[in-house]
Design a protein around this ligand. Structure first.
Ligand code: LLP
Length: 377
């Protein structure tokens, strides 16, 4: 378990990245387990608070926090703002000072390290929109530290998601350590260092990923003399393997080389294959023992609605149930209603107990929220 692995580190705060799985019941579980929350919108903040996660344990990340969101977060008393620009810090300081408050903040730095993951989920290269440029960070930190309304307490870094190797993380953390020492030498305080999330999980049976214990050992080595509270924002490594997407085979039709298995799940339910060419293992709920090679596709009218091409899978036939594995992170949370499809319901399973923890949202409910202007009637 990730949390247990990090217990080798002296002072730790783990903020679950709500974006990975924001279901209320899941967040309740996180609260009970003692996690804080990493949120990137007012909506995520409301969910974390509704689940009983303490405001002081919430980190507000995100490159485009609006003034209204900053105010709501200040009023809620959230624990740390991860600033993505000097401009954001100046705005937050003014909003806090006007309320007689002091906002605790960290400056997110872009370390210009290649995370070695899919380009669409890399965040720590100089050309990415996240954080402030490494070479400008110390100057910004000094200026922000001088502002009333703001208590600068640390630095934050997050170089990307689904990282398969620890080496880019280690390089980024080492650079952050150097920057921390520079800032301290200039006379500013640093008591917290937020090392982000990003640890990958195996999606394909047989893939080997760094274990949480290896990650913890690397962090312990790099941060041995930092003397700070270390903060983490993991999402996938906690939630990824806790969920599957259940689907039913609608039909099997012949293809030029291999058949198409058409399932009733689609890219609107699980967007990762369409967006990032991601692999999700597909297994029959009741395997017959036979195998087949097939393309697995959904019903949406786009070729990108393809889960797998030429995949060796359990043989399935119309009506069979199957699952896409490792859908607990960035699964239902990224669902949409494209092609006027329903939003998937979510079911929590605990041993032999289960409960529906999110209703299916039917297309009729979405249609009911739409209005026709009177000039068209
Ligand atoms: N902290 C920050 C600032 C982040 O941007 C993210 C993820 C996390 C923490 C959590 O990262 P994790 O530990 O889960 O890797 N939809 C994509 C993943 C996008 C991740 C965005 N940021 C996917 O399905 O692969």
């Amino acid at each position: 378990m990730f949390r247990d692995a990090l217990s080798v580190l002296p002072r730790v705060h783990i903020a679950f990245a709500v974006k990975a799985n924001p279901n209320l019941a899941v967040l309740k579980l996180r609260a009970a387990e003692g996690y804080g929350a990493d949120v990137v919108s007012g909506g995520e903040m409301d969910r974390a608070l509704a689940a009983g996660i303490r405001a002081e344990g919430i980190v507000f990340s995100g490159v485009g926090k609006s003034a209204a969101e900053l105010v709501r977060a200040l009023d809620a008393g959230i624990g740390q703002f991860n600033l993505e620009s000097e401009e954001e810090g100046i705005e937050l300081a003014a909003l806090a000072a006007a309320r007689g408050l002091t906002a605790s903040a960290a400056l997110r730095v872009n370390p210009d390290v290649d995370a070695g993951t899919h380009g669409k989920i890399s965040t720590g290269k100089a050309e990415n929109k996240f954080g402030v440029p490494y070479d400008l960070a110390a100057g910004m930190y000094a200026r922000l530290s001088a502002l009333p309304g703001l208590e600068m307490r640390g630095l934050a870094v997050h170089i990307g998601s689904q990282l398969a190797r620890l080496e880019p993380l280690e390089r980024a953390f080492a650079r952050m350590g150097d920057l921390m020492r520079t800032i301290r030498a200039a006379g500013q305080a640093i008591t917290h260092m937020d090392l982000g999330g990003g640890i990958g999980v195996p999606y394909k049976a047989g893939d080997v990923f760094p274990a949480p214990a290896d990650y913890a050992a690397m962090v312990a080595r790099v941060t041995a003399d930092w003397d700070v509270t270390l903060m983490f924002e993991p999402g996938r490594v906690i939630a990824g393997n806790s969920g599957v997407l259940v689907t039913r085979v609608i039909r099997v039709k012949p293809g030029v080389t291999v058949p198409f298995v058409i399932v009733d799940a689609a890219m609107n339910d699980l967007a990762r294959p369409a967006l990032y060419d991601a692999w999700h293992d597909f297994i029959a709920v009741t395997p017959s023992g036979e195998r087949m090679v097939a393309n697995i596709v959904g019903p949406i009218c786009e070729s990108s609605d393809t889960f797998a091409m030429g995949r060796d899978i359990d043989a399935v036939k119309p009506g069979d149930l199957a699952v896409f594995r490792t859908a607990g992170a960035y699964g239902a949370t990224m669902a949409n209603t494209y092609n006027s499809r329903a939003l998937v319901p979510e079911v929590m399973v605990d041993g032999d107990r289960w409960a529906i923890v999110a209703d299916r949202i039917d297309p009729a409910a979405i249609l009911a929220a739409e209005r026709v202007p009177e000039w068209l009637v």
